[in-house]
Design a binder for this molecule. Structure first.
Ligand code: PMP
Length: 441
């Protein structure tokens, strides 16, 4: 039973385990957007490996690609030595990126996970600029390794660890619903922008010269917060003018999730560094950094690692990228994402605890607030994590897996596989409405 598995998990696994405690399930099988537990209960998976499973679980193009590597007796492990499977993956990645960026780009294999690629990006820009500090954003999430954790806005996971990278300057992110420059001030992010420019221009601002700026175009773990295109373009302008490499973390947004293959394409900018993982490995561990050749200043041997040549992941990744492009899944994400957003806005109108519905494509968040404060309708109603958690539980009971994120874990996040159909979106909304009403009652 689920309980037997969960008991072992509770006894043996590290205390650091968090979200699995809220999703008490032992998964036996998985197919498309569905998972089945060991007792035969079926769930719609809107967590999907925190946005990893673009094609859902065990998509035939992915499982066939994996099988082919085994059937053809191809090498499974080659360190960084090249293979046709790896080369095909590289070609696919470069052809997916905008020509403007890809033309002068280099790739560094990292892995196996996203945090590793963030670490590599950090080392890359520090090496290239000789500077030691970094610019990051309030609410940003870039991973759990030492360096990537230093860039995290959320103090929670950092407070037990003394001596993280000290020179990180945290800048305000354009979180319009909770604008740090005034309640309900939807243009407040422009003040933030001016502040950032001033900080980087004033020789007496006290800022240590930055090696780079790292940003998510849509903050994921931070609560599905999309940055306005205009703001993204301004950050690009400012960093370019100041000679600061701009790193776009596309680990969660990459490969169609936000309605474009890469989220930075919405604003039409060209970053200096793009960090990719999750979906590009087609459900297997794979992470890379792609960057402008001018930054390629590190010495041979400056970055190495054993598991950066996972041939099965390359094959699964190539198959996934091809499928996403051939089936226009970015456009599909935009279409069904808008459908879901609209339905969630209707649910917001029919219920009492939803402060904000936001996102881009199939990266959507619903911010749960304290209904007693709902009367004043504008801006900063206090977060209501207990109710968000109750809603998550009610969804779970009804066969829908959703994860929480954002400030105080008060944002319910929707990250379904990109292959989800309009009819399945409707089912998700129906379950969600019922769950919210039940939790509110
Ligand atoms: N950056 C972003 C934007 C992410 O969403 C994540 C994972 N949620 C990471 C970095 C870290 O990736 P990993 O967990 O694979 O180390």
């Amino acid at each position: 039973t689920n309980d037997e598995y969960l008991e072992t998990q509770a006894k043996r696994e590290s205390n650091a385990r968090s979200y699995p405690r809220r999703l008490p399930i032992a998964i036996a099988e998985a197919n498309g957007i569905y998972v089945k537990d060991v007792e035969g209960n079926v769930f719609i998976d809107c967590l999907a490996g925190a946005g990893t499973l673009a094609l859902g679980h065990n998509h035939p193009v992915v499982t066939e690609a994996i099988r082919k590597v085994l059937d053809d007796n191809l090498p499974l492990h080659t360190l960084d030595l090249t293979t046709p499977v790896k080369e095909e993956f590289v070609q696919e990645v470069f052809h997916s990126l905008p020509e403007e960026f890809a033309r002068k780009a280099r790739i560094q294999f990292c892995g196996p996970s996203g945090s590793d690629a963030v670490e590599a990006a950090l080392k890359l820009v520090k090496t290239a600029t000789g500077n030691r500090s970094m610019l990051s954003f309030h609410g940003g999430y870039h991973g759990m390794t030492h360096g990537s954790l230093s860039l995290m806005g959320n103090l929670g996971p950092k407070k037990q660890i003394p001596g993280l990278m000290p020179d990180v300057h945290f800048l305000p992110f354009p979180y319009e619903y909770r604008c740090p420059f005034g309640v309900g001030n939807h243009e407040g992010y422009e003040i933030g922008q001016t502040y950032i420019e001033q900080l980087l221009s004033d020789p007496e601002s006290g800022i240590v010269p930055p090696a780079g700026m790292i940003m998510e175009i849509v903050q994921g773990e931070g609560g599905a917060i999309p940055a306005p295109d205009r703001w993204v373009r301004e950050m690009r302008r400012i960093t370019k003018e100041k000679g600061i490499p701009l790193i776009v973390d596309e680990i969660q947004t990459g490969l169609g999730r936000t309605g474009k293959l890469f989220a930075f394409e919405h604003a039409g900018i060209t970053p200096d560094v793009v960090v990719l993982s999750k979906a590009i490995g087609g459900s297997l561990p794979l992470a890379v950094v792609v960057y402008h050749e001018d930054l390629d200043k590190w010495n041979p041997g400056a970055h190495a690692g054993t598991f950066r040549g996972n041939q099965i992941a390359f094959a699964a990744g190539t198959a996934t990228i091809k499928f996403v492009k051939e089936n226009a899944l970015a456009e599909h994400a935009e279409e069904v994402g808008s459908r879901l957003m609209k339905q969630l806005q209707e649910i917001q109108a029919q219920t009492n605890c939803i402060g904000d519905v936001r996102g881009r494509g199939l990266m959507i968040g619903v911010e749960i607030v304290n209904k007693e404060y709902q009367a004043n309708k504008v801006g900063n109603q206090p977060a209501y994590p207990e109710l968000a958690s109750q809603i998550q539980q009610e969804c779970f009971k009804r066969g829908l897996i959703l994860e929480l994120g954002g400030r105080h874990s008060s944002v319910v996040r929707f990250l379904p596989p990109l292959i989800i159909t309009a009819a399945e979106i409707d089912t998700v909304s129906t379950i969600f409405l019922d769950a919210v009403k039940h939790a509110e009652a």
